[in-house]
Design a binder for this molecule. Structure first.
Ligand code: UD1
Length: 420
């Protein structure tokens, strides 16, 4: 279905909303279930398109997977296939996270070079180099990453950049390697901590998750587990920015606010009132936001996945903001669409300078990736008139019940379904 959203701007959003498990965690946790024979149960899983896509990938490898609302059970056989289903893998970038588990469980992996968002070239060199330092050989062949390993051994690995995906693939390979692996300049994202918590509950020996140095003492075997996925900080952050942009009042449940510390601080600088609770927060705004500068950086920096929301709020702020993208090279494609909505934005390399406008105006726009799509919805909520948003299948990959939740908060949004 090539659905579109119709959004009529001007409503103030207020009320309560709950976030579900993080997209960027659940897919890696599903892949981690490959590491242990038997049935692993994951709870608080989000009902997004990428979860059934990952189900197809795991089923293609020989697992049985059941999705029942927010619970996913994965039964992993003793003998896995090592070739991931080409079509399923091509459809989403996160599927590359089966590389580490397959290399350590099967001694071989063949995974198609992933598709996914149009936000940059996204090479796999650090994933490959990490697995090679653990004793695997890797190559790119016929559009696939292929790894081979007689056995894996511990190593000291220093990443050039704290890549989330490379950290995950190295972790899921090193847990079953012989000896100790020390991973320096590791990613510190909350989703890495979630993965390590799950791996430790499967019998792994990992220390230092959430810091730049992670130590993994390899074990011979892991066992299945039950694990609850952490809340989605990017979806929660989207609600926080929606509250501030629409001069609204939203209370978000199901999220550890420490996972969004900087994003919420930036909202305070923009003039919002922010209250945090153990498992949630409330954002209120009663005036036009002030301009604030943003720089995206690996965690605990400002998340690149909230950069479109930062551009959205800057577009209607009082004053000029500078937004710097340090993680993905092509993430400013979305700025063209924001200009179509009346944003005064100019891109210079990896910076964008935005002069805030009192009001945006509506038109038809195209969402090129999950977060850009959500950013366009927020901009449409404060634009005059009705905005037509195309490419919403991207948004469906990351935001469960988005339209329903927006409507319950008072937004005027409808999904228009068009048969293919
Ligand atoms: C994950 C998230 C994505 C988020 C990103 C950064 C998932 C499914 N996706 O993506 O939503 O925006 O973290 O927080 O979890 N790089 C290389 N070589 C490599 C690996 C990465 O050059 O081998 C580069 C990438 O091109 C990018 C940067 O490193 O410029 C960061 O990428 P990385 O942290 O690996 O992001 P992902 O894991 O792909």
């Amino acid at each position: 279905m090539k659905d579109t959203f119709l959004v009529s701007g001007g409503n103030r959003l207020s009320g309560n909303v709950k976030v579900y498990g993080a997209k960027n965690s659940v897919l890696k946790l599903m892949a981690a279930a490959l590491l242990a024979e038997g049935t692993t149960t994951l709870r608080n899983c989000p009902e997004i398109l990428d979860v059934p896509l990952m189900q197809r990938v795991l089923e293609g490898l020989g697992c049985e997977v059941h999705i029942d609302g927010g619970t996913v059970t994965i039964t992993t056989p003793h003998q896995l296939r090592s070739d991931a289903d080409f079509d399923a893998v091509r459809q989403f970038r996160a599927s590359v996270c089966v590389l580490g588990p397959l290399t350590s469980r099967c001694g071989r992996a063949v995974v198609a070079l992933p598709g996914g968002d149009a936000i940059g070239s996204r090479p796999l060199d650090m994933h490959q180099s990490g697995l090679e330092q653990l004793g695997a050989t890797t190559r790119i062949e016929h559009g696939c990453v292929v790894t081979d390993a007689q056995s894996l051994h511990g190593a000291t690995i220093s990443l050039d950049f704290p890549s989330v995906g490379a950290t995950e693939n190295i972790l899921t390979a090193a847990v079953l390697a012989q000896g100790r692996t020390v991973l320096n300049n590791a990613a510190r994202e909350p989703e890495i901590v979630d993965l390590c918590d799950m791996l430790n509950s499967m019998g792994a020996h990992i220390e230092g998750a959430g810091t730049s140095t992670i130590t993994i003492d390899g074990v011979e075997k892991l066992h299945p587990t039950e694990h609850s996925v952490i809340g989605d900080r990017i979806v929660a952050g989207t609600w926080a920015y929606a509250a501030a942009m629409t001069r609204g009042d939203i209370t978000v449940a199901g999220i550890n606010p420490r996972h969004l510390h900087l994003a919420l601080e930036k909202l305070k600088n923009a003039g919002a009132e922010v209250e945090t609770f153990t498992t949630g927060f409330r954002v209120r705004m009663n005036h036009r936001p002030y301009a604030v500068d943003y720089q995206t950086l690996p965690f605990p920096g400002f998340p690149t996945d909230l950069q479109p929301m930062a551009i959205g709020i800057a577009a209607i702020a009082e004053g000029t903001s500078i937004i710097t993208e340090n993680v993905f090279e092509n993430r400013f494609r979305f700025v063209d669409e924001m200009q179509r909505l009346g944003a005064d934005a100019s891109v210079d390399g990896h910076h964008v300078v935005i002069r805030g406008q009192e009001q945006l105006s509506s038109t038809a726009v195209w969402s090129s990736d999950i977060r850009a799509g959500a950013g366009l919805v927020l901009a449409a909520l404060v634009a005059e008139g009705t905005t037509e948003i195309h490419g919403v299948h991207h948004i469906d990959r990351g935001y469960p019940r988005f339209v329903e939740d927006l409507r319950s908060l008072g937004a005027d949004i409808q999904r228009i379904s068009h048969p293919d």
